[in-house]
Every structure is written in structure tokens, then in C-alpha cells.
Design a protein around this ligand. Structure first.
Ligand SMILES: [Fe+2]
Ligand SMILES: [Fe+2]
Length: 264
């Protein structure tokens, strides 16, 4: 394979966890060695042709096991849920760079790096689950994460608003509190793992903000007003609920106006 889109399509089509991980790392290595091409002429497959593994079983949020961090089963369910988010994030990063063509090369390099970091996050969590005697796929997982990609398959500003600037940004709000809970019980491994992920996620949201503004300016849209329009259009249930981590979201490219609106 030579082009980033060939890697993207192979990764998105594969239902195998191992193959998705291996292709993601290969593509990033190829980019780092200066061997990856970014020719954008190949056709784009339909989002319905993206495949996922047979396990975990994907169920509605209300069917998820209890994730209370005060019990061993709750901690296992929590890490399984986070592993699933990271696993889906690999395909979300790939689909973002695969589906939207004609952007500067840096756009593709940025989301390829994100895909590789998501694969690393997943592998860290997969390893952590094994120490808890669980495999990724042993528990059911949330069926809704891919819906945002399907909803925005033809809308790049919508994709950037909903995936990095809504779903991933949510992680910046909630993860510090979860880290504090693990710190309070002396679980240093969980603290280190979640801190590593949080640090990278600030960067992912920041790239989302950067490219959101870039694409809005290309399309003659006012970014702050258009962000509101897109959230109102795509977010199920009106608007994300706080509390919001203003400090980290500012670092990740949110404006005070956007944060004031989210909080209002
Ligand atoms: Fe991640
Ligand atoms: Fe991420």
C-alpha cells in the first residue's frame, strides 16, 4: 500500500481488531519514513461498508453493565467501556481522513497521527483489561458511538463539531474527576493510563478545533455560530450537558463564546 486512503479503506473494511491495529501502526510508520502518498483521486466507499468485529455485542446504553468504581466488577466494566471508546476512536479518526478529500496534506497527517494514538490507547487498555482477567469483547458495549460518523458522512464541519469537538471533548470534562477517584484509592496504574490518554486527547480536540475553523473559513461560515447550528442539528437531546472543563477546552481551541453558549 502506498496512499493513506488505501490504508484507510483497508482498516475501515476489516472486521479484525488485530488487522485494524496493525494497519494503523503500519500507515503511521510509513508516514514517519516519508513513504506515504496523499493522492486523493481514488473513489470513496460508502460508510455502510465500514466493518467492526462480531464482539463486543453492541447494545443500547441502558443495557450496559454498572460502572460504579467502588466494586471490582464496576472497575472492569468501566475499563471495558473506555477500551470500546478508544477502539471506536481508531475508526473515527480513519473515517474522518478517508471520507473528506481535497484538504491540505497536513489534515491527513494530523488524523493519521490521531488514529495511531487511539490504537495505542486501545492497546494500553486491552493490556490493562487482561490484568483484570477480561478480554475486550467479553462484555457488551455502547452501540451509539458510530452514529455520529454516519450522521455526518457528508458534512465535514458537522463531523468535526460532533466527533472531536463534542464526543472527544467530553473526555476532557469527565476524565480528571475519574483520575482523582483512582488516585484516592491508590490505583497508580489506572492514574498513569488515564493521564496519558487525557494528555493525548487534548491534542485531538485541538486538531478538531483547528480544522473546524479552517473548513468554516474555506466555506465562508462563521465558526462560533456554525458550531451552535451543528450541535443543535446533530446532537440528540439538544445540547451536551456540563460541567465543562473550561481550562482544558480553551487549550483545545474552544472560544469563550462557545463555552458560554454550552454553559447557558
Ligand atoms: Fe483516545
Ligand atoms: Fe481521541
Amino acid at each position: 500500500m502506498k496512499t493513506v486512503f488505501e490504508y484507510a479503506e483497508a482498516c475501515l473494511r476489516s472486521p479484525s481488531i488485530e488487522e485494524k491495529l496493525a494497519l494503523t501502526h503500519q500507515a503511521w510508520q510509513c508516514e514517519q519514513s516519508g513513504l506515504l502518498h496523499f493522492d486523493t483521486n481514488s473513489p470513496v466507499m460508502a460508510i455502510a461498508d465500514v466493518n467492526f468485529p462480531a464482539k463486543p455485542a453492541l447494545l443500547p446504553p441502558r443495557a450496559m453493565p454498572n460502572r460504579k468504581l467502588t466494586t471490582v466488577d464496576g472497575v472492569v466494566a468501566f475499563f471495558h467501556a473506555i477500551a470500546h471508546v478508544e477502539f471506536m476512536a481508531i475508526s473515527l479518526a480513519w473515517d474522518l481522513l478517508y471520507r473528506f478529500r481535497g484538504l491540505p496534506e497536513q489534515f491527513y497527517r494530523d488524523w493519521l497521527r490521531v488514529a495511531d494514538e487511539e490504537a495505542q490507547h486501545f492497546e494500553l487498555l486491552q493490556g490493562h483489561l487482561r490484568t483484570l482477567n477480561v478480554q475486550y469483547g467479553d462484555l457488551p458495549a455502547h452501540n451509539g458511538l458510530w452514529d455520529h460518523a454516519v450522521d455526518t458522512a457528508d458534512d465535514l464541519p458537522g463531523r468535526l463539531a460532533m466527533v472531536p469537538r463534542c464526543m472527544e471533548a467530553r473526555g476532557l470534562d469527565v476524565t480528571p474527576g475519574i483520575i482523582a477517584k483512582f488516585a484516592a484509592v491508590g490505583d497508580n496504574v489506572a492514574v498513569a493510563l488515564l493521564t496519558r490518554i487525557l494528555t493525548d486527547e487534548v491534542g485531538h480536540v485541538e486538531r478538531g478545533s483547528y480544522w473546524f475553523k479552517f473548513v468554516c473559513s474555506q466555506q465562508g461560515l462563521a465558526p462560533e455560530a456554525h458550531y451552535q447550528t451543528l450541535i443543535k442539528h446533530y446532537y440528540r437531546g439538544g445540547k451536551p450537558k456540563g460541567p465543562f472543563n473550561r481550562e482544558m477546552r480553551i487549550i483545545a481551541g474552544f472560544s469563550d463564546t462557545e463555552l458560554d453558549w454550552l454553559e447557558s
